[in-house]
Design a protein around this ligand. Structure first.
Ligand code: COA
Length: 159
């Protein structure tokens, strides 16, 4: 009888802006989400330095379970989703969608007109998520977008 409320409590994920104290946990989370191409720690650190308000995390009180990172042009004409990741054990529960909807709402609120992102052409789950959020993919995959062999699909949403 006591285990269930405890488990429920653990599921109460709070969506908040990242803090400097989160950076180690964020690097671990990013490595889990993108084992083959994680951001180097220094890049995450500098992203935090530049975009603290556009780096959102999902926190269950003991660990970070997801993050989304966005970069916005100074004239706010365009933003890029630079990272979206959910820990393996929490996928398929709507958290990726929740992070994306929150960030898109914030971008709309500050007047951003267009959001772009890149996704590996084989990443069916992410592509479906983005399509259901209204993103459309370019007709052709961009070859070697992130260097030799790293092809990407570019997707775009008009806000
Ligand atoms: C892609 C990712 C962020 C999705 O997060 P998530 O929390 O698991 O996704 P959600 O539960 O919010 O699902 C949202 C939608 O994504 C799609 N989706 C999620 N998991 C899926 C799966 N296994 N197969 C197909 N579609 C899937 C569905 O359209 C789903 O909508 P629905 O709930 O109405 O069916 C997550 O799988 C992840 O972190 N993957 C590794 C890192 C990554 O690939 N990031 C994106 C890089 S561009």
């Amino acid at each position: 009888m006591t285990a269930l409320p405890a488990r429920r409590a653990a599921r109460q994920l709070r969506l908040r802006s990242v803090t400097e104290a989160d950076l180690d946990a964020l690097a671990l989370l990013d490595r889990e989400a993108f084992p083959e191409e994680p951001y180097p720690y220094f890049v995450l650190r500098q992203m935090y330095d530049v975009y603290p308000d556009h780096l959102l995390v999902l926190d269950d009180g003991t660990a970070l379970k997801g993050y989304v990172l966005v970069g916005t042009r100074p004239d706010k004409s365009r933003s890029w989703i630079l990272g979206l990741g959910i820990t393996r054990d929490e996928r398929g529960r709507g958290y990726g969608r929740r992070l994306m909807e929150e960030v898109l709402g914030r971008l709309r609120g500050i007047g951003v007109r267009e959001v772009l992102l890149t996704v590996a052409p084989s990443n069916a789950a992410a592509i479906l998520l983005y399509e259901t959020l209204g993103f459309t993919a370019e007709q052709t995959v961009r070859k070697d977008y992130f260097g030799p062999g790293a092809d990407r699909l570019v997707m775009r949403l008009r806000l």
